[in-house]
Design a protein around this ligand. Structure first.
Ligand code: C2E
Ligand code: MG
Ligand code: MG
Ligand code: MG
Length: 284
């Protein structure tokens, strides 16, 4: 009897796995179709100088404009993209689209630094430094207006190769930032190993900063550490003024979050942030 139960649950387990596999394959082919149809878009979220809220740049964040479901968040499909054959194609599209946008803004008189999230495949295959150089040449974008964000899962790759790649990317004048700092297993050892220009404090430490003294301690130490290492520090997930003020009091200079602006289409970003920039220039 016990044997039968085990067999029964075994069958259920197997069918759950099969279902999951089917779901993944369906999503994968939907995503390939979406790429063919041009259903991916980049949204832009403002990054600001915290003391005065002035615009420094924007983080490019991918969205899937699904014909029936509307905008789908990257959390729902990027894990599948990143482990499928689509990965390189979409990563290249993100890079090229963001660089073209940044160049268009640059030409319109707005030096908006654009930050791109790198995908694991970009450190695996080919030569990233080379493709970044080629993209800069092709678009004419000033290298200092480009920033690359890497997460810990990317740094798990062949260490000496990544190190060499980062050095060559930085020699181009492009900056590399460590994203989601503090959420991984070995954040501190990566700071020691890799040439980084800055780090982004993960929003999980910032969202509840005012109420949680542990978060405050972690954020405060991270800011201090960054300064001592000569790194730029960007806080993400700032949802209200009080959090921004508290971060300023702890010495954090840059940030992003819903308080300053949500990720939005390029046109909305221009309407909301770039005219003010131009006014500020002409008023000066
Ligand atoms: P991330 O790079 O850490 O991006 C920041 C995420 O925090 C974004 O989520 C953004 O919408 C969200 N966020 C910003 N401010 C606030 C806030 O004040 N409160 C809260 N609760 N959330 C805030 P999003 O756009 O859903 O992206 C999620 C993740 O997907 C990104 O995390 C990044 O790891 C990945 N991702 C997004 N776009 C791309 C892309 O083009 N390529 C790659 N490889 N990954 C991407
Ligand atoms: Mg990011
Ligand atoms: Mg992040
Ligand atoms: Mg994240």
């Amino acid at each position: 009897k016990a044997k039968m139960t085990r067999r029964g649950s075994h069958v259920i387990f197997e069918s759950a796995i099969r279902q999951e596999l089917e779901n993944r394959l369906t999503l994968e082919s939907e995503l390939a179709l979406a790429a063919d149809r041009g259903e991916f878009e980049l949204f832009y979220q403002p990054q600001v100088r915290l003391v005065d809220g002035s615009l420094l740049g924007a983080e490019a964040l991918i969205r899937w404009r699904h014909p029936a479901r509307g905008y789908v968040s990257p959390g729902e499909f990027m894990p599948v993209v990143n482990t499928s054959s689509l990965s390189e194609r979409i990563a290249n599209w993100v890079m090229e689209t963001a660089c073209r946008q940044a160049r268009a803004w640059e030409l319109s008189g707005n030096s908006v630094r654009v930050a791109i999230n790198l995908s694991p495949s970009q450190l695996d295959s080919g030569d990233l430094a080379h493709s970044v150089a080629a993209l800069l040449a092709k678009t004419g974008l000033t290298p200092s207006l480009l920033e690359l964000e890497v997460t810990e899962d990317i740094l798990l790759h062949d260490e000496s190769r990544v190190l060499d790649m980062f050095e060559r990317i930085q020699q181009l004048g492009v900056r590399v930032l460590f994203d989601d700092f503090g959420t991984g297993y070995a954040s501190l050892s990566y700071l020691k190993k890799f040439p980084l220009d800055g780090l982004k404090i993960d929003r999980s430490f910032v969202l509840d900063l005012l109420a949680d003294s542990d978060d405050a301690a972690i954020v405060g130490s991270t800011i201090g550490l960054s300064k001592q290492l000569g790194l730029t520090v960007v806080a993400e997930g700032i949802e209200n003024r009080a959090t921004a003020d508290f971060l300023v009091s702890m010495g954090c200079e840059e940030g992003q979050g819903y308080f300053f602006g949500r990720p939005m289409p390029a046109e909305a970003f221009e309407r909301q942030f770039l005219p003010a920039e131009l006014e500020a220039v002409s008023a000066a």
